[in-house]
Each structure stands twice: as structure tokens, then as C-alpha cells.
Design a protein. Structure first.
Length: 180
């Protein structure tokens, strides 16, 4: 559990930086990140991510301030693929309100089962020669290879994005009970 009052910040100039990263290896289950400040600053290059977790079960990302204030690069906010029983709620995710500095590309990217994305405030997604998405729900499934299902996306406030909510379900359509 990462709890209130702690600031996690990347301030370097490396390529493809991550603040929280678990893209390969052991599954991260039952993770809670709540009430924290998470910042991508400095002059990183490439496409970084502030929170990058895969194969997570029963995790909660709530009430955090997540900010891209980097001077360079294009960065994603929360990327949690192949997850189950995931809640992303009450976060404020912001980028630079300028197309000439570091950018927030996709604010939230998820796939899996029983996914709840609610009450988030998502602002200022800018990207050069790309399209920023506030919320991306992918249809490539969960750990067992089933389709993404049980998705709830409600009461989110989205400003300054090319696409607000994007369902990227080209190969596997969303199935099951979904509430938008």
C-alpha cells in the first residue's frame, strides 16, 4: 500500500521513464495507491508511464494527483492491462496545457475483467502527431485470455482530449455487462 501524503516523482532525462513499473515478472495483486502525488517532470524522452502495472488483481488506484509536467516526451498516466477487480477512482490526472512541452497522451489504459473507472477528473491531454485519449478500454482480455468484461466507466470529467473514452476492441469485442 502506498498511502496519503507521499510524493513520487521522476525528474530525470532518461528514455521511456516509469514512476511505478511492473511490466514483467511477478504479478502485483491487492495493490493500493491512494492519496499520493505522482509526477513526471524533468526532460525524459520517449513514451513514459506514471503507473504501469500488468496482471494485477484486486488493486485500487484512488484519490491521487497524477501530473505530467515534463518538458519533453509523451507520457501515459495509468496503464493496467490484463487486470481483474480493478478500481480507478477519484484521481486527478493532468498534463501540460501546451502542445510545446511534455505531454499527457493517454490518461487511463485498461483491459481485463471487473474494471471500475469512476469519479476521475482528467485534463489537458496533448500529443504531437498522435491522438490523446482520456480513457482507453482495450479488448485483449484478462489473465485467462477471456474478453474484457464487467466494465464500468461512470461520472468522469474529461477536458481537452482528442477522444474522451476510446474502446479499442478490434480483435476481441467487449462482452458481458458494461456500464458507461
Amino acid at each position: 500500500t502506498f498511502s496519503a501524503g507521499i510524493t513520487y516523482q521522476y525528474t530525470g532525462s532518461g528514455n521511456i521513464p516509469k514512476v511505478f513499473d511492473q511490466s514483467t515478472g511477478t504479478d502485483v495483486d491487492g495493490l493500493t495507491i491512494t492519496g499520493c502525488t505522482i509526477i513526471m517532470a524533468g526532460s525524459p524522452t520517449g513514451n513514459g508511464t506514471l503507473i504501469n502495472l500488468r496482471d494485477s488483481d484486486a488493486s485500487t488506484i484512488s484519490n491521487n494527483t497524477i501530473t505530467v509536467s515534463a518538458s519533453t516526451g509523451s507520457h501515459d498516466g495509468i496503464v493496467m492491462l490484463y487486470s481483474s477487480n480493478l478500481t480507478i477512482s477519484g484521481n486527478t490526472i493532468s498534463g501540460n496545457a501546451s502542445e510545446t512541452t511534455g505531454k499527457l497522451e493517454d490518461a487511463i489504459v485498461v483491459s481485463g475483467t471487473t474494471l471500475t473507472i469512476e469519479n476521475n477528473t482528467i485534463n489537458d491531454g496533448w500529443s504531437y502527431d498522435e491522438h490523446p485519449d482520456a480513457i482507453v478500454v482495450q479488448g485483449d482480455g484478462n489473465r485467462a485470455g477471456a474478453n474484457t468484461s464487467g466494465v464500468t466507466v461512470t461520472r468522469n470529467t474529461i477536458k481537452n482530449f482528442s477522444q474522451g473514452i476510446y474502446f479499442n476492441c478490434i480483435h476481441n469485442p467487449i462482452q458481458g455487462t458494461n456500464l458507461i
